[in-house]
Design a protein around this ligand. Structure first.
Ligand code: GLC
Length: 546
């Protein structure tokens, strides 16, 4: 595919979590063949790019985010030929391919690390972050890892500790080593040559560890201490300049955004870093702190901060978060209304929308009966820590169920046959029991479904530049559960309004005209008066007001 400058602004990106998308060989695990089988489904939905979570060789301690060979495909997912077949099938349908690059760390079974750990003076000894023990023999500092426990692991062969911000099987690569950097860039060049159109770059805020005193050591987590240091920005610019920019390949960084300046630093075009950024917020924090008020404030502030020179990645879901309809909507009484409302919110905001597999069906959270039924390393560690800190097993399970990344990782619900049509065998993670009611086959045949609503939203975005390029202005009170805004471009103004509550709300806004044309809504008729829009439970509506 050829890429014009700024082409990423027009995309609608669909995230596939390959393990859970579609099993093509009947072993209970999703794979590339399964993904190829479902390309027509993606085409019908209308998305224009697919970001696949990692498909490289991996021992799967963190489901592919621990890579042991960046040039090979994970056996469970198939072969390089399978990947090529998917690529060709996607490109033939006008769908761009976005690969997930995990470059902060590799697997401990990567050849570089297996060599590196052997001695202090071998070809790869400086490819990772090694430090001598502290005077008392303990770890060099008190940093904690994201998945629980300390961030340092001792290796007797070297008599040293290595750093791992994530699991101990995910050692951090040493970006200060120029040779290692070049080897890392070779990975990207390899995939560029294979026709990849862009990259989602995993956990990339921590390349410069700042251990010479620049990292803030009052923070217990290494990922907080050294987030966003200048060296990290420098390495990102070098990477982009040498690998993706020459061909305008799309880049989205998964980064630690603490404030508006961070967002600007990562996404301002003039700085030459990423096209857009996905800010990482731990699920437990998101569950406790989200509110429509916060959404409004952030959307407005980030719009203002980035409108001149940056761009926004828009998402409500991904493989690290609970299901959006369970988190921000109502997955019971107003399941249908709220699943559609969230989709409309996502597609009408300024920025490039990211749809996570299954949200177009309104898939919901699960509650597995025991912690042993969960797969996610983060969930298991979370549970263990809670119990160690005194929580009862019942409490710990309830909280783990709510935050678990497995909520988003249950298999896609394709139809109402056994295992939801995902696989003829017992799937690696249970299928949500509601597959009989919530599945793709049913929704593709139902004009009133979440799927059909997403299809309309995606088509609207393709046909109406106002949704891609339109200016943004909030037109609702700061308080309360209604989020409403206008998008204006080239003499056209659309107003989108969303009720994030189960009660009726009245929005007073001068832009609302009695004769306004309804572009899309999730209720049959709209209650529009001059200057007033009445929104029922989780109602969403797009009006053309100019
Ligand atoms: C990112 C990924 C997450 C993974 C972590 C470590 O946050 O999205 O799934 O566990 O990085 O690679």
């Amino acid at each position: 595919m050829k890429h014009e400058k700024d082409w990423y602004k027009e995309l609608v990106i669909y995230q596939i979590y390959p393990r859970s998308f579609k099993d093509g060989n009947g072993d209970g695990i999703g794979d590339l063949k399964g993904m190829t089988q479902k390309l027509d489904y993606l085409k019908e939905l209308g998305v224009t790019a697919v970001w696949m979570s990692p498909v490289y060789a991996s021992p799967n301690v963190d489901n592919g985010y621990d890579i042991s060979d960046y040039f090979a495909i994970m056996e469970e997912f198939g072969t390089m030929e399978d990947w090529e077949e998917f690529r060709d099938g996607a490109h033939a349908r006008g769908i761009a391919i976005i690969m997930d690059l995990v470059l902060n760390h590799s697997s401990d079974l990567h050849r570089w690390f297996m060599e590196s750990r052997k001695s202090r003076d071998n070809e790869f000894s400086d490819y990772y972050i090694w430090r001598d023990p502290a005077a008392d023999g303990k770890a060099p500092n008190g940093w904690l890892s994201v998945f629980g426990g300390g961030a340092w692991e001792y290796v007797p062969e070297r008599g040293q500790y290595y750093l791992h911000f994530f699991a101990k099987e995910q050692p951090d690569l040493n970006w200060d080593n120029e040779e290692a950097r070049e080897k890392i860039f070779d990975i990207i060049r390899f995939w560029n040559d294979k026709g990849v159109d862009g990259y989602r770059v995993d956990a990339i805020s921590y390349l410069d560890k700042g251990m010479d005193g620049r990292a803030d050591m009052t923070e217990p987590f290494g990922t907080t201490s050294c987030a966003n240091l200048e060296g990290t920005h420098k390495y990102i610019r070098e990477m982009v300049e040498k690998t993706t920019r020459p061909d305008n390949l799309m880049t989205v960084g998964e980064v630690n955004i603490r404030n508006l300046q961070d967002a600007k630093d990562y996404t301002s075009a003039s700085r030459g870093e990423f096209d857009m950024a996905i800010g990482f917020v731990p699920p437990i924090v998101e569950i406790k702190t989200w509110s429509p008020e916060r959404f409004k404030k952030e959307v407005r502030e980030y719009y203002e901060a980035l409108k001149e020179d940056g761009w926004w990645a828009r998402f409500l879901s991904n493989h690290d978060k609970p299901r959006q309809v369970s988190l921000y909507g109502d997955d019971k009484t107003y399941w249908l209304e709220s699943a559609k409302m969230l989709g409309c919110y996502l597609h009408t905001l300024p920025g490039t929308p990211f749809v996570y597999q299954g949200e177009e069906l309104g898939m919901t959270n699960i509650q597995l009966p025991s912690i042993d039924d969960y797969d996610d390393i983060d969930t298991k560690n979370y549970y263990k820590t809670m119990v160690e800190e005194g929580a009862s097993p019942k409490e710990a399970l309830a909280e783990s169920q709510a935050v678990s990344r497995d909520n988003a990782r249950t298999p896609m619900q394709w139809d109402d046959s056994e295992n939801g049509g995902f696989s003829p065998s017992r799937p690696w993670l249970p299928v949500n029991e509601n597959y009989v009611r919530i599945n793709a086959r049913q929704q593709m045949a139902d004009e009133n479904s979440v799927f059909k609503f997403y299809q309309k939203l995606i088509a609207l975005r393709k046909e109406n530049p106002v949704l891609v390029h339109g200016d943004f202005e909030l037109c609702c009170p700061e308080e309360g559960p209604v989020i409403a805004y206008t998008r204006s471009f080239d003499g056209v103004t659309w107003l989108a309004a969303h009720n994030f509550s189960g009660g009726t709300q009245r929005l007073a806004c001068g832009r609302v005209k009695r004769e306004a044309q309804v572009i899309l809504g999730n209720y049959k008729e709209q209650a529009i008066e001059e200057g007033i829009l009445e929104l029922r439970a989780y109602e969403t509506v797009i009006l053309k007001v100019e």
